[in-house]
Design a protein around this ligand. Structure first.
Ligand SMILES: Cc1cc2nc3c(=O)[nH]c(=O)nc-3n(C[C@H](O)[C@H](O)[C@H](O)COP(=O)(O)O)c2cc1C
Length: 402
């Protein structure tokens, strides 16, 4: 009996390292999401996982990928697959960008630093959010990979200019200008759990922390969090570190218009990607304004509910853009095959937000490496199964609407 057993199966080596053990069981982004849900207090998980109103935009962002199917070609030599591409003038090994996320350190004490290091290892751009918990300079010190910085248009234009100049000095290569946040979206999970700015805690929050001891221990044994990029400005305000964030939020300029894009072009000489373009008309306007990148995005569904899904915009936008700017499809990307679909429809790259946050929550820096590996392998495998060996071969003929 033992012989028969031995001839059919092999024992897996027991993994002593708990992080490796956890990650080994996660074969896709959904698995990492499930681990993140288990490890994070509910309020923290909901901050990452949640979206605005009824969260329909968020669901549709991901569901849109399932509406596209492949028309694969077989009997092609796919022994060598090249997933590299050029984005904003820089050669990158896979058509992926890590999108900016505020408060990244809430997932894991290393936060932005670990995500930036993992991105650098994978050779893909890491985007630091203005609302990051590590500064422009702190991130630059740990990453010699491609880095982008994300800005909002604040009433205090001097502060925006300062951030832009600091990004240039620290070697950041491109700017995202987020244009879909005239006001903050109605994130009901956050409101219910007190995950507001400043955060409001009650007995439920404390209990939540107690039943997630690993996360809580990690938080309290590391230095306090703050909005590191605007530390010096926020320090002039009353209140807790994160509480001072309300000053930053009150600085959002609701008068923001196309004139401000021009203003930004005057203070930054590198590429600018508008993050939050949601119509073909605005994409055309962006081209007329002379930006280098169009970020098709609805903020992962965190702003306007029932907004258009980025994937559905890719093709019509690509038709008007005609290669004059890079098109980045942002929202709902969970698999390498999603990236291949977006590129076949006309995007130049995809950006990911929650996917890497789930990875960070599940396994810190190694969790982010793991996500990037899953996505890269998925892109490569999909290309092989579709009979495509280079990114330039991902053309419209490869996909059709179901
Ligand atoms: C927790 C979290 C925080 C975010 N913070 C920012 C931010 O500070 N600035 C910004 O422009 N976008 C922010 N975003 C949006 C992401 O950059 C990106 O557009 C979105 O996550 C893409 O959707 P996905 O999560 O489905 O990949 C945030 C998203 C999440 C999930």
């Amino acid at each position: 009996m033992l012989e028969t057993f031995r001839s059919t199966v092999q024992f897996r080596k027991f993994e002593l390292d708990p992080v490796e053990r956890r990650l080994r069981g996660a074969v896709n982004v959904d698995d990492l999401r499930r681990i993140a849900k288990r490890r994070l207090p509910r309020g923290i998980f909901d901050y990452i996982d949640g979206a605005a109103d009824d969260e329909r935009t968020m669901s549709r962002n991901a569901a849109a990928f399932a509406e596209i199917e492949f028309c694969p070609n077989v009997l092609r030599d796919v022994s060598q697959i090249d997933t590299s591409t050029t984005l904003l003038g820089r050669r990158i090994p896979v058509p992926l960008v890590l999108a900016p996320t505020g408060y990244t350190r809430i997932t894991h004490s290393d936060g932005e630093l670990s995500v930036a290091r993992a991105a650098a290892r994978a050779g893909v751009p890491y985007s630091l959010s203005t609302m990051g918990t590590r500064s422009i300079e702190e991130v630059a010190a740990v990453s010699d990979g491609p880095k982008w910085f994300q800005v909002y248009m604040w009433k205090d234009r001097g502060l925006v200019k300062e951030l832009v100049e600091r990004s240039a000095a620290a070697g950041y290569e491109a700017l995202w200008l987020t244009v879909d946040t005239a006001v903050l979206g109605n994130r009901e999970r956050d409101a219910r759990r007190g995950f507001t700015i400043p955060p409001k805690v009650g007995p439920g929050t404390i209990l939540d922390g107690i039943v997630h001891p690993a996360w809580t221990w990690d938080l309290i044994t590391h230095e306090p969090m703050d909005f590191a990029n605007v530390r010096h400005v926020a320090a002039t305000q009353e209140g807790s570190n994160m509480g001072r964030g309300s000053y930053v939020m009150s600085n959002w300029d609701q008068r923001m218009s196309w004139d401000h894009v021009e203003w930004l072009q005057g203070v930054w000489s590198g590429p600018i990607v508008l993050k939050g373009i949601q119509t073909v008309a605005d994409a055309e306007r962006a081209i007329a304004a002379g930006v280098q990148g169009i970020g098709l995005s609805n903020h992962g569904g965190r702003q306007l509910d029932d907004a258009p899904t980025p994937l559905e915009l890719v093709e019509p936008v690509a038709q008007v853009v005609q290669g004059r700017a890079a098109i980045i499809c942002d929202g709902g990307v969970r698999r390498g095959s999603d990236v291949v679909k977006a590129l076949a429809l006309g995007a130049d790259a995809c950006s990911i937000g929650r996917a890497y946050l789930y990875g960070a929550a599940a396994g810190g820096e190694r969790g982010v490496d793991h996500v990037l590996r899953i996505l890269r392998d998925g892109i490569e495998r999909t290309m092989a199964l579709c009979g495509r060996t280079a990114i330039t071969e991902l053309d419209r003929g490869l996909v059709r609407r179901r």
